[in-house]
Design a protein around this ligand. Structure first.
Ligand SMILES: [Zn+2]
Length: 421
């Protein structure tokens, strides 16, 4: 099935055997120990996923495998390959090295400082360089050469670059050419499938027009990645985009808590945020969902390891220096929310994301509920023991206090899942 399980695979950072994690934005595979360092640096440096225990969109995994097999790691270790660097005493980490400080220092230098990436000759105007690189990216994505594009992105090419003469973005080009792995890479680097070109068309439009059905469907998924991930976190399912269902809003069973004055006030506050601030909060919550899920996978896969958990835990979101200190503090506070509080926040964000996208949430809610129920009927829940109540997902509404909580179910499922590993 997968070409991945070959014994020759080694950790990109320490050359240790059998790497079981991937860094998606770096296009590499890494071992548990190095992964613990990657996690501590934050998603803005490295987006880690477990190769077996994290659900993968197939083409995203294919992108990482392709990059890894084609030597993407040399992008991050460019100057180490230069014989002159041997003179300087710089070297890769070894599998036998200690995580702290040896592996950690190497990994920080490699990805945080980009100490070994090939530097372009200095120019007076950085923006000119970035523009040139972005133009190169724009033309490279029509080919299948992923490493070239990752190299350009690593040097500062912009995934969302709008080409002034061509009137479109790299993702438009990749979509037109049916380059699904390039589209995955661009999306990891923040390309937006909903961007319009000079004639008002999106990359999704071009993928459909060109008959690239899988790519078109995948781009729709990418467009809803944030809210889909939040819904999946709570209820283990994603909306059925192909049938026009773009949001699942799980509902808490004990709505008494939902209806507390405090919760109402929080909801009001959320609704009053500008779109920009709401997007920031939603992204922060997404990062926290990722931290919690990756933590769960981490704990589940480390049972028999000698790693000391205290030194490898990521107790709250690492600081992203590009964010204000207020935002970083807010992000870290998300770790203090207990499962119920966090689920409530996630549901509020999902409801409000839907409201902001579709306008009045009650107007189309009935159709949406029906669609969700149809989806439930055709897709029996994995969990069987407490299915005495139907697994309703409903548009959050104060009039339905009796619905089963998918959120608490999901958290039960998670704790069950943890024990099972
Ligand atoms: Zn390693």
């Amino acid at each position: 099935m997968s070409k991945r399980l070959r014994s020759s695979e080694v950790c990109a950072d320490c050359s240790g055997p059998d790497p079981s994690w991937a860094s998606v934005n770096r296009g590499i595979l890494i071992c548990d120990e190095c992964c613990s360092v990657h996690r501590s640096l934050g998603r803005h440096i490295s987006q880690v996923r477990h190769l077996k225990h994290t659900p993968w969109p197939p083409t995203l995994l294919q992108m990482v495998e392709t990059l890894y097999n084609n030597g993407a790691n040399s992008i991050w270790e460019h100057s180490l390959l230069d014989p002159a660097s041997i003179m300087s005493g710089r070297r890769k980490a070894n599998p036998q090295d200690k995580v702290h400080p040896n592996k950690a220092e190497f990994i920080r230098a490699k990805y945080q400082m980009l100490a070994f990436v090939h530097r372009l000759p200095c120019r007076d105007d950085d923006s000119v360089t970035a523009k040139d690189l972005s133009k190169q990216l724009h033309s490279s994505v029509r080919t299948g050469n992923l490493e070239t594009c990752l190299r350009l992105l690593s040097l500062g090419a912009q995934a969302n670059f709008f080409h002034p003469e061509k009137g479109n973005t790299p993702l438009h080009v990749a979509a037109k050419a049916g380059q699904i792995l390039q589209a995955e890479l661009l999306a990891v680097y923040g390309a937006d499938p909903g961007t319009q070109d000079s004639s008002g068309k999106t990359p999704i439009d071009y993928a459909r027009q060109g008959g690239h059905r899988e790519l078109a469907e995948r781009l729709v998924e990418v467009q809803y990645e944030l809210t889909d991930r939040l819904a999946f976190y709570l209820c283990g399912r994603r909306p059925d985009h192909q049938n026009g269902q773009h949001f699942i809003i799980p509902q808490m069973a004990d709505s008494s808590l939902d209806l507390s004055e405090l919760a109402k006030a929080a909801k009001k506050k959320l609704q009053s945020l500008s779109n920009h601030l709401f997007e920031e909060l939603a992204m922060d919550v997404y990062d926290e969902v990722d931290r919690r899920e990756t933590d769960a996978v981490w704990l589940a896969t480390q049972n028999h390891s000698t790693l000391v958990t205290e030194t490898t835990a990521v107790p709250f979101l690492p600081v992203n220096p590009e964010y204000s200190s207020t935002r970083n503090q807010g992000r870290q506070k998300l770790a203090r929310f207990n499962a119920h509080e966090f689920a409530t926040l996630v549901i509020d964000i999902l409801s409000d994301a839907k409201r902001r996208q579709q306008g009045n949430p009650s107007s189309g809610s009935k159709d949406n509920v029906e669609l969700i129920l149809k989806a439930v009927g055709s897709q029996p829940s994995v969990e069987s023991q407490d299915n005495d109540q139907p697994d309703y997902d409903s548009v959050a509404s104060d009039e339905d206090p009796d619905l089963e909580t998918t959120a608490s179910k999901a958290s039960r499922q998670k704790s069950l899942g943890k024990d099972a590993h």
